[in-house]
Write a protein of this length. Structure first.
Length: 310
């Protein structure tokens, strides 16, 4: 198949591209490299079935190659990035999604939207099922990301209803692994880099907020399985195992054998207190659940960051 991936040089996009190429598909990557990196795709850039286009998907682009899938993964995805680029984040979720849907419509291709657990906001129920409408502050500092993704979902379903486009929507929960940036501001990369540098691990609030951490290979497996069935979604993909941020910090210091201490800072506004997906739908539809334990995944990620730091 011919598959267009926006954000293809980013953390998730690069792993997905590699997996699709391995399966014999042709991949066209579009990325403006705001948060993506050519380093992430250096091993596949020379593949004859891979094409990289540097472009901002919020601006129109014509793709002449016949496409089977348009997969929209472009967006700043860590609080540090989207707080730095709030307007670009809103534009890629709205204008970018609109452009991608237009490409899919023109090619009669299937459309795949990478949405996020952030559409649930600071949830009042746990775990969060796909039917939960969320608790989102529409004017808070995080709204540029939360509402961009909610608008992206609304646009996708509008195209599905009006133009009968085949759509797939996933809501991605905390995912980690190699190809994350050193300074991307996500909690796993923050802790690992701080521990390897011998710096204090920064915990916001008391560290009793919870997250569920899914290793990137498990997430990509869920995406591949979802591509093979006809179901509009949304479908939650993430780990069902919930840990406090404080537990994660202790785990990272233990696995890195670091002597780093823990320091506490003020909790950012609207930071979710709980984040755990209800993944029964993914289990039933895809026969999927994460297999890689937090220990295994962290060890692989620590190896990657150790090499990047040296």
């Amino acid at each position: 198949m011919n598959i267009l991936i926006t954000g293809g040089a980013g953390f998730l996009g690069s792993h997905l591209s590699r997996r699709l190429l391995k399966a014999g598909h042709k991949v066209i990557c579009i990325d403006n490299l705001i948060t993506g990196s050519l380093f992430n795709i250096k091993d596949i850039k020379k593949d004859k079935n891979y094409k990289f286009i540097k472009h901002d998907i919020t601006k129109p682009i014509e793709i002449k190659t016949k496409l089977d899938w348009v997969m929209h993964f472009a967006s700043p995805a860590s609080p540090k990035d989207y707080l730095e680029h709030p307007i670009k984040t809103l534009k890629v979720g709205t204008l970018g999604t609109h452009n991608c849907l237009g490409i899919a419509k023109a090619h009669k291709a299937k459309f795949f939207l990478a949405s996020t657990s952030e559409v649930y906001g600071d949830p009042k129920i746990s775990p969060q099922p796909e039917e939960y409408w969320g608790n989102v502050n529409s004017i808070g500092p995080r709204s540029c990301y939360d509402e961009a993704k909610r608008a992206a979902e609304a646009l996708t379903f509008a195209y599905y209803r009006q133009h009968k486009i085949a759509i797939h929507v996933i809501r991605i929960f905390n995912t980690y692994g190699p190809n994350m940036r050193l300074e991307d501001g996500r909690v796993v990369s923050n802790f690992i880099v701080q521990a390897l540098r011998g710096q204090s691990l920064t915990i916001y609030g008391k560290g009793n907020q919870t997250r569920s951490f899914c290793y990137v290979d498990d997430l990509v497996e869920g995406i591949i399985r979802y591509m093979k069935i006809n179901y509009t979604g949304p479908v939650n993909l993430g780990s069902q195992f919930e840990f406090t941020v404080l537990e994660l910090a202790k785990k990272v210091t233990e696995l890195t054998q670091s002597k780093s201490k823990i320091k506490f800072a003020a909790l950012p506004q609207d930071d979710p207190k709980q984040r755990r997906p209800d993944i029964r739908k993914a289990g039933k539809l895809l026969g999927w659940k994460p297999k890689i334990t937090l220990n295994e995944g962290l060890q692989k990620t620590i190896i990657y960051f150790r090499e990047k730091l040296h």
